[in-house]
Design a binder for this molecule. Sequence first.
Ligand SMILES: NC(=O)c1ccc[n+]([C@@H]2O[C@H](COP(=O)([O-])OP(=O)(O)OC[C@H]3O[C@@H](n4cnc5c(N)ncnc54)[C@H](OP(=O)(O)O)[C@@H]3O)[C@@H](O)[C@H]2O)c1
Length: 231
Amino acid sequence: MTLHGKVVAVTGASSGIGEATARHLASRGASVVLGARRIDRLDRLVAEIEAEGGKAAAVHVDVTDPGDLKALVDVALERFGRLDVFVGNAGVATISPVADLDVEGWAAMVDVNLKGILHGIAAALPVFRSQGGGHFVSVVSTAGLRIVPTQAVYAGTKNAVRTLMEGLRQENTDGTLRTTSISPGYVRTDFSGNAELGIDPRAVGRAIAFAIEQPEDVEIGDLTIRPTRQG
Ligand SMILES: NC(=O)c1ccc[n+]([C@@H]2O[C@H](COP(=O)([O-])OP(=O)(O)OC[C@H]3O[C@@H](n4cnc5c(N)ncnc54)[C@H](OP(=O)(O)O)[C@@H]3O)[C@@H](O)[C@H]2O)c1
């Protein structure tokens, strides 16, 4: 079981879970292609990964633009010759009761959390098909497993992605496609609603690596990872 030689695209790689995942996968031998809007942070991350002997490339990606996801996949093909795994990690959360009618926040969550993943599928699936294989790993959330007030729309977008991963799996049981939904609980990032309780984002990176490095005939469909003390 190894990541050596795998080419992995990661969205939302400029901070938090995406950055930690990129560092971990690269340290384990994967070539990583990193997408986010804060390209300066990505460029620094690429330089650090390369300085440690890893392989990485950065692409300016806004996941709400389907063309940017296409560019991310194209860079993987141009620089590293293939794409094995697409990690859909970019995400936003605006937390409030539904009755607050935060229509803009709802739109942002649907556009980034759900449509962003769909745009990634549109870009990567044709490549996976022509290569004869590929793996979608999507970062969803325990917010979709334990529904609480103020997170209804956020949880809804994450559960839509969970459903999408399972539906995509059902449509591709010929042994060439794997889908994985990773559900983190509180993780110590800029994003977290509970940074003190949160686990190190590298733990999520290790969970993603675990799903990727399974033999080709083994799929980790759903994986929940949260602080031991999380209720
Ligand atoms: N932290 C937690 O407790 C927790 C728990 C469960 C699930 N999650 C999920 O984990 C994922 C990563 O979050 P995080 O905790 O690592 O927070 P984070 O540090 O805020 O990372 C969010 C990432 O998403 C990117 N992003 C946001 N909007 C984007 C867009 N339109 N296009 C491209 N990239 C975009 C950001 O990059 P740019 O701003 O540079 O574009 C950033 O790299 C999210 O999907 C989140 O829902 C987090």
